[in-house]
Design a protein around this ligand. Structure first.
Ligand code: MF3
Ligand code: CO
Length: 247
């Protein structure tokens, strides 16, 4: 079932979004060679609590942390730990927060120090995939328009679009209907309607689209070991311009 958000719901979603947006800006400052992903997770937890919100991911289906920290060939859902970031790594940080009953969910991929031109281009194109998708987030358009926008730009650049995971509806639950795929599946998909809220999250691989799962039950890696980037925001469809709560 797809929930349609009221004005009051949207206001709460924007409050959640501001917290996630501000936290990701803080994460960008803290991402440096030598910092561990566990230290980043601790900072994120404290930040969310200080803003009187709660972390959406912590304990979700048993997930043990506030952020997902996915380095280089890790696509998503990396569990923070003792790994120290190295110059030249890229790290995707994904985080959600809930306040007044509504969630926000967003992710960015950051370079650690100076990164290769190849990795930089992967991050830039992944971010642009989101903005190409956002450009078609208009009432009356379809989910397939979002999928096509992401897939077209990614594949034009020679990249692989992850298929094992998708974006999702969001609101009172972090994951609601509908699924928001980054690749075209054949059908036209649902029509977008004012009041729908979706997390759009291109996951783009430098090489093959294929992924594998670690036996920690979470970590998703590229099959070929090449790097992957992730960029996500929470978007609300309106009668006019979409609202991006996490920007
Ligand atoms: N943010 C992820 C998503 O976009 C969810 C992370 S899974 C969790 O769907 F368990 F860590 F919450
Ligand atoms: Co999400």
């Amino acid at each position: 079932m797809i929930s349609i958000k009221s004005k009051a719901d949207i206001a709460a979603m924007q409050r959640a979004g501001e917290i996630v947006r501000d936290l990701l800006l803080l994460m960008e400052e803290k991402v440096k060679p030598g910092v561990t992903t566990r230290e980043l997770d601790r900072i994120a937890y404290e930040f969310i609590i200080a803003r009187k919100a709660a972390p959406s991911f912590l304990h979700y289906n048993g997930y043990p942390a506030t952020i997902c920290a996915s380095v280089n060939e890790m696509v998503v859902h990396g569990i923070p730990g003792k790994y120290r970031l190295c110059e030249g790594d890229i790290i995707s940080i994904d985080v959600g927060a809930v306040i007044d009953g509504f969630h926000a969910d967003a992710a960015r991929t950051f370079g650690v120090g100076t990164v290769s031109a190849e990795k930089q281009r992967l991050m830039d194109v992944t971010k642009q995939c989101f903005f190409d998708a956002l450009a078609v987030c208009r009432e009356g358009n379809r989910l397939s328009d979002i999928a096509r926008a992401v897939q077209t730009l990614a594949e034009k650049n020679g990249y692989g679009v992850v298929r094992a995971l998708t974006g999702h509806g969001i609101g009172k639950q972090m994951h609601e209907d509908p699924q928001v795929a980054n690749f075209v599946t054949g059908g036209q998909g649902l029509r977008l309607r004012a009041g729908m809220a979706i997390a759009i999250e291109p996951m783009i691989n430098q090489g093959t689209w294929q992924v594998r799962f670690l036996d920690d039950g979470w970590s998703v890696l590229t099959m070929d070991g090449k790097p992957s980037a992730h960029y996500e925001n929470t978007v609300i469809i309106t009668e006019g311009e979409p609202i991006v709560t996490t920007l």
